[in-house]
Design a protein around this ligand. Sequence first.
Ligand code: HEC
Ligand code: HEC
Ligand code: HEC
Length: 297
Amino acid sequence: MKSLMALSVVALVLVMGCATDQSKEIAQLRQEVSDLKVLAGPPPTSLDTLYPPEADAPVYQIKMFEMEAPFTGIAIETGKGNFELAKAYFERFRTQYLEVSKMVPEWEKEYPLEPVEQLGASLETGEQDKIMAAFGAVAGACNDCHFLNMPKVQQKYHWEDCSGIMVSDPVTKENVKYSQFMVNLNVSFVGIGLELEQGQPDNALKHFEALNSRYQTLKETCGACHQTEREYYVDDNVQALINTLGATLRTSSPDTNSVRTLSQQIGMESCMKCHWLHIPATYAKAQWNERKQGGEE
Ligand code: HEC
Ligand code: HEC
Ligand code: HEC
C-alpha cells in the first residue's frame, strides 16, 4: 500500500513536472512566434498617420533628425570638455526623446528611460569616459530599434509600389501588370539560349527581337518612379551588349559561346543588379499585403 502511494506520488510529480515544462515551452514558443512576427511583419500601423499620404510629410523621420542633432551635440561638446553646453544639449535631447517615444504606441517600450537618465547623471561627473559609456548605452537602444525596423519603414513608406504599374507589352500588345511584364521579358531572354541549344537559330532570333523591343519598353517604365535619366541597368552600355547579341544571332551560324557570354553579361549588368536593388522592397510589400489579405494581421 505504502509503495503504491509512493508510486502515485511519483506519478503525480511526473505529470506536474511535464505540465509545467510544457507550459514553459508553450510560453517560450509564443514569445518566439511574436518575435518572428515582428521580424517578418510590416511596421506598426499607427505609423501610417505619420507618413504620406495621411501626413503631409514623413513626420516620424523628421522627428528622428530633430532628436539626433542634440544627441550628437552631447558627444561633440563632451569631446571638447564643454560640459555645460553638453548638458544643455542633453536637456533638449531628453525632451525630444520623451516626445518621440509617445508617437508610436506600439514602440513606447523601445525607448527605455533608464539609460537616458544615466546619461544625464554621468554629465554631472564631468568625466569623459563615464559620459561616453552612458552615451553608448543610449545609442545602443537607438540601434536595437533601427536594425530591426528602419529597413521596413524605408521599404513601406519611402519605396513606391510597383504592383500598381501597368505596362503595355510591345510584343503581345497587351496591357499587363509589371510583374507579368517581367515574366514576358524573361521568356524572351531565356528563350534565345534554349532555341539555340535546340538548333533553332531562327526562333532564337525571334526571341531576341522580342527581348530588344521589350527592353525599350522597360526603359520607359523607370519613369514611373524616377525623374532623372537612368545611368545603370538600361543605359547605353547595356544596349550596346544587346546590339552585339543581335549582330551575333544574325550571322549564318551563331557562335553559341559568344551568345552565352553576352547573355550572361546582360543578365548580370541589367537584370540581376536591378533585381538586387529593387526586389527586396517590392517583395517585402507583397508579403505584407498577402498576410493582410490572409487575415493574419
Ligand atoms: C527595375 C529594374 C529591373 C530590371 C532592369 C529587370 N527587372 Fe526583373 N524585376 C524587377 C522587379 C522590381 C521585379 C518584381 C516585380 C513584382 O513582383 O512586382 C522583377 C521580377 C522579375 C521576375 C520574376 C521573378 C520571380 O520569379 O519572382 C523575372 C523572371 C524577371 N524580373 C526577369 C528579368 C529579366 C530577365 C531581366 C533582364 C532582361 C529583368 N528582369 C530586368 C526589376 C527589374
Ligand atoms: C522604436 C524605434 C526607434 C528608436 C528607439 C529610435 N529610432 Fe531612429 N529611426 C527609426 C525608424 C523607423 C527610422 C526610419 C525613418 C524613416 O526613414 O522614415 C529612424 C531613423 C532615424 C534617423 C534617420 C536616418 C536616415 O538616414 O534616414 C536618425 C538620425 C535616427 N533615427 C536617430 C535616432 C536616435 C539618435 C535614436 C536614439 C536616441 C533613435 N533614432 C531611436 C526608429 C527608431
Ligand atoms: C516602383 C518604383 C521604381 C521603379 C519602377 C524603378 N525604380 Fe529604381 N529605385 C526606386 C527607389 C525607391 C530607389 C531608391 C531611391 C532613389 O534613388 O530614388 C531606386 C534606386 C535606383 C537606382 C540607384 C540610385 C540612382 O538613382 O542611381 C538606380 C540606378 C535605379 N533605381 C535604376 C532603375 C531603373 C534602370 C529602372 C527601370 C528599369 C528603375 N530603377 C525602376 C524605385 C523604382
